[in-house]
Design a binder for this molecule. Structure first.
Ligand code: FMN
Length: 371
């Protein structure tokens, strides 16, 4: 079983993660993780926090000579902003921001200062998830699986990707600061982000998460909690501000008759069944079917806005307005990187469940034998 835990608050000294269950012999260096951390920090529309942080991982345990040894892997990412906050004495936050975890979290845990909720609810913690996902990606790479993403829309601006195959979309997105494969839409997205900033507003959007090179049969139809569609949706929905996930064009499929949706099978040159379409998004019966995995996820607009929202001061019970805290205007490109990490994690888990292997060599041999 592959599992992980993270700990750490937004302005605490550091974020930490422990990954347990990795096969021995996996080559891993800090650069593998740092490259993903840098991708998470980038993207047009981020706030000033990203100018302070230069995320870099320390690999503290579980490695010898740059390879895993079967022991838990411990990772640490320092919060540079900690130094700016450690001496500060702030009055308690008593005005919950709508759309944030603060009101429900403070009620649940009996906390007088909403900041204590915001500190852990903050998406700063996704840096630790991205570090874990980077390790999962290294494992997947060893068996020829690649996880990537692009941004389909920001606010009401949508990329036109008609005529571009999936690989071309991913290639183009990699060169864009809004991860958008359509240059005209990318320019309009930047304008929309600038306009939102001007107006004291925030924006959400839709991300597309893709995995290529998957073997058939990860997950299982046999029980609800082993179905990979459900497990992937849970992992992606677990990311802050992600409020919807679809597999393939699921919502469009729901409007069409069955013969226009289901991916027909035809014999290939060797007589094996092959598909010419992928409207199932790479999953049938809760299992990978050998086609690219394609998920879409909807991110709500960032809940912190310069233009205030009505709220209630919990100290007085009176109507008031939210107080602005430093924030991203739009974090859709960053959410795509977090989404990749969580998809990679679930796929790595499912891969090890199917093929096992205490060493990387065992695992690779089994996957290749199966292919
Ligand atoms: C990459 C990323 C960056 C985010 N940045 C901010 C931010 O700067 N300010 C903010 O208020 N919310 C931000 N959020 C969203 C909040 O963390 C989230 O909306 C909040 O914790 C409440 O959780 P919920 O939206 O899942 O209900 C970000 C989310 C992600 C995925």
């Amino acid at each position: 079983m592959l599992r992980f835990l993270t700990a750490g608050e937004s302005h605490g000294p550091c974020l930490t993660a422990i990954v347990e269950g990795l096969p021995a012999g996996l080559p891993l260096e800090p650069g593998d993780v740092d490259a993903e951390l840098a991708r998470r920090q980038a993207g047009y529309g981020r706030g000033d926090r990203q100018k302070i942080e230069r995320d870099a991982v320390r690999l503290l345990a579980g490695l010898h000579a740059g390879h895993t040894i079967g022991a838990p892997l411990a990772m640490l990412i320092a919060n540079r902003d900690y130094e700016n906050w450690r001496e500060r004495v702030e009055p308690a936050w008593t005005r919950p921001r709508p759309g944030h975890a603060e009101l429900a979290g403070a009620t649940k845990y009996g906390l007088d200062d909403l900041r204590l909720v915001a500190e852990r609810a903050s998406a700063r913690t996704t840096a630790a998830q991205v570090a874990v996902g980077a390790v999962a990606k290294v494992l997947l790479r060893e068996v020829g699986v690649r996880v990537s993403s692009y941004v389909q829309s920001i606010g009401d601006v949508t990329a036109d990707v008609a005529g571009l195959d999936l690989r071309e979309r991913l290639r183009r997105a990699a060169d864009s600061d809004v991860s958008c494969p359509d240059p005209a839409a990318a320019a309009a997205m930047r304008q929309a982000i600038d306009a939102a900033r001007e107006a004291g507003e925030s924006l959400g959007g839709i991300i597309v998460l893709v995995a290529l090179g998957l073997p058939v049969g990860l997950g299982s139809h046999a029980h609800w909690d082993r179905r990979l569609d459900g497990r992937l949706a849970q992992a992606v929905m677990g990311i802050q501000a992600i409020k919807g996930v679809e597999v393939g064009p699921a919502f469009e499929n729901a409007t069409l008759p069955g013969t226009r949706v289901h991916d027909a099978l035809y014999p290939d040159a060797g007589g094996r069944p092959a598909r010419r379409t992928n409207r199932a998004g790479g999953l049938e019966g809760g299992m990978t079917n050998g086609e690219p995995l394609v998920l879409r996820a909807a991110m709500k607009p960032i809940p912190t806005t310069v233009s205030p929202l009505p709220t209630v001061d919990l100290a007085t019970g009176e109507a008031t307005e939210t107080q602005y805290q430093r924030s991203d205007v739009c974090a859709v490109p960053a959410a795509a990187i977090v989404g990749e990490a969580m998809v990679a994690w679930v796929l790595a888990q499912a891969l090890l469940e199917r093929y096992g292997g205490d060493t990387l060599d065992d695992l690779v041999r089994r996957v290749e034998g199966d292919r």
